[in-house]
Design a protein around this ligand. Sequence first.
Ligand code: SF4
Length: 429
Amino acid sequence: MKNETFCILPWVHLATYTDGTGLLCCIAKPGEKRTNLNDQTVDEVRNSDYFKKARLALREGKQFGACSACYKEEAAGLRSHRLHENLFWRNTLGQEQIDKLIEDTKEDGTIDNDVYTVDFRLGNTCNLACVMCRPQDSSKWYKEAKILSGQLKTGAKYEWQHKESVDRDSFEWYKNPKFLESFYEASGEMRQMIFAGGEPLLIKEHKAIIKELVKRGTAKNIKVNYHTNGTIYDTELLELWKHFKRVDLFLSFDGIDRINKYVRYPSLHDTVVSNLKKYNDNAPPNMHFKVLYTVQALNIYYIPEFVKWLLDMNLPRIADYKSKKNIDDIIHTGILHYPQYLSPKIFPPRVKRQITRKLENFILDYGDRINLNSIKGLCALMNEEDHSHLLNQFNDYLENIDELRKLNRKEAFKELDEMGIFKPARREI
Ligand code: SF4
């Protein structure tokens, strides 16, 4: 087994897209012949050709095509998902157990060990239609996606024609009794579960899984991790979560008030804030929180206001700036890559300079309260490429969003408007 390519995940993990497609992990490409939990069991997916070939290749020190994201990260000098996961599972299971899993692998790559970790995107049911999202990830997008695919007048139209053409029947794979039965059968050794969606806390079958794991007595071994939009606070779940080893909630929040309402439409700022306070006051000690701020063209300028606002709320369970030294221990800032016309890279150099100056001044002025150096990386990412040719698509898209949702981008982002960002879109097609 050569360390240059080896990855433990094909032995211990199973990830899905929202439509039930089985994956080696959340960043791996799906197999040419897709596996899917709508009509296959957990065991059938984990012992499909895609998984078996991955095991054989990675064990023999060869690269596996579906894993190119990791090789690219490593070539760029970054610590890849593969390296992170190998270390995590070596520490969790021990090298001896990992060696045994590999030794027990049959000649053709088949395994019969339980699954230790899953990353399930439980369909696309969601109560929000965030501006950067799509029907594959939110059922709230169906109607508007259809309209956009007809109305846009720039290249963004083709993207929406593709997004709009989803198979609506494929997103309820987690209701399939065959899936559930095979999942419980393979879950005796479970250590880590990641749930995302859609909005996983809206899915009643998710709660049924949580209840069943408590009933089976395996919950105490399991760390559960959620990506949630913060609009749901469920006291029954709070009670159930007490039985788990650890629960981490990643709460998506992309701005204050008018910014959040536009970006995470129709999220109500007050509902999310009220839930943050309830979690802060009532969450059992095994629960931990982090805020996810997805950085895009519409909110990069407002990072300083958001950071100050969150820390000033004084919610120690959510944003404990007194014990945490770095802002990325409290707020995870992921940069948006798609759709490209919403990335901060679309701003012309003049606007990028203004934004960079504001963020750098914030780092200097506020840095004695908490280390903000990671914000420099966001400026570097914004400045690394010039995608200002996509500004027309950005305007085309937002003009249509305003019309469909009766919103006003110039009021929601008045500081960006003053920089001259919002211009009437020209017809390109
Ligand atoms: S090598 Fe990378 S892409 Fe492949 S399964 Fe491991 S973590 Fe995922």
